[in-house]
Design a protein around this ligand. Structure first.
Ligand code: SF4
Length: 332
């Protein structure tokens, strides 16, 4: 059984005011299925506005879906009683892009950790102090840091503190939403290495949300490529980077700087802006930017199908090689 199973998840936000002339909804997430196993990193990648962060909020139960299911260790998150949900929420934590915004500026680091440990009864009261120091060591900070406030730390150190708070509840899954994109390039590698070390030590699973493909390649075992609320391609990370199938994935990969840009195929370059997700979307969502678009693409939405073993893509031009389609049952 997977640690996390997401099944045909949808989230439509109702529109108000001057946008009411449209169908009345923004389809932020529009039928997304995937699974994350214990100790694994599954990355969601795509441009801003693709719905990745909304998926993260839905997975943590911070938003209720319009349709669909999220199972955590076999339990249906949206059909739990409040106290059951509270118990499960301890096992699922989030790390945000902006560590400063997610920390209380008036609380010392030690005070924050001790409050979390005590409130959730993670350890006996007489062990709280020692456990807080142990967590600081785990994220690469000295125990003396516990008497300092968030503004006294650098950006990278603050992200270590945010990670410390997340692991203090001994979670099994962390939703990491762009956790290194606000940091200096020189610091990013250190935080990514820390996340990998913690994954190994604590058997953590990550749902890693990012737009930077180099980061995704480094940290994840599997990747889902999102566009306008849908997954267009899902594969093992190395497979996806070595042999991308979907035109959108190829375009994203083409945007990574290489020494000789002249070797790129013109068709693979991404042009135009992603359209908005207002109203009813017909046909392939990528059709307005796809260099290979056909008449059929504008009429029919291609389903996400297994093209080769564990490699799924949603494109009319990609033919499956005698494998079953990516059904709901596959995601459990
Ligand atoms: Fe392009 Fe058509 Fe494939 Fe969509 S279905 S990605 S428009 S070729």
């Amino acid at each position: 059984m997977s640690l996390l199973s997401v099944n045909q998840l949808k989230k439509y936000f109702p529109l108000r005011g001057r946008f009411l002339g449209s169908s009345g909804y923004i389809r932020a997430v529009d039928g997304v299925s995937f699974k994350v196993n214990s100790g694994e990193t599954f990355a969601l990648v795509g441009e801003s506005g693709s719905g990745k962060t909304t998926v993260g909020f839905l997975v943590l139960g911070l938003l209720r879906p319009t349709e669909g299911e999220v199972y955590f260790k076999g339990e249906d998150l949206f059909n739990l009683r409040v106290e059951e949900m509270r118990r499960i929420r301890r096992s699922m934590q989030m790390v945000f892009q902006d560590p400063y915004g997610s920390l209380n500026p008036r609380q010392t680091v030690g005070g924050m950790l001790k409050e979390v440990l005590s409130f959730h009864h993670v350890v006996e009261p007489d062990l709280v102090e020692g456990r807080a120091e142990e967590i600081l060591r785990l994220v690469g900070l000295k125990p003396v840091c516990k008497s300092r406030y968030p503004h006294e730390f650098s950006g990278g150190e603050r992200q270590r503190i945010a990670i410390a708070r997340a692991i203090s509840l001994e979670p099994e899954l962390i939703v990491a939403d762009e956790p290194v994109s606000a940091l200096d390039v020189s610091i990013r590698g250190q935080i990514l290495n820390l996340l990998r070390e913690l994954q190994e030590k604590l058997n953590l699973a990550y749902l890693f949300i990012a737009h930077d493909l180099a980061v995704v390649r480094f940290i994840s075992q599997r990747v889902g490529v999102m566009y306008l609320g849908k997954l267009l391609e899902v594969a093992d990370t190395e497979k996806l980077f070595k042999k991308p199938l979907h035109p959108y994935t190829k375009a994203l990969l083409s945007a990574i700087p290489i020494p000789d840009p002249g070797r790129r195929k013109k068709e693979d370059l991404l042009s135009g802006e992603m359209p908005d997700a207002l109203g009813k979307l017909s046909g392939c969502r990528f059709s307005s930017r796809c260099p290979y678009v056909r008449e059929k693409c504008r009429r029919e939405e291609p389903p996400l199908v297994e093209v080769e073993e564990d490699h799924f893509a949603a494109c009319h031009l990609i033919k499956p090689q005698a494998v079953d389609s990516y059904s709901d049952s596959d995601s459990r």
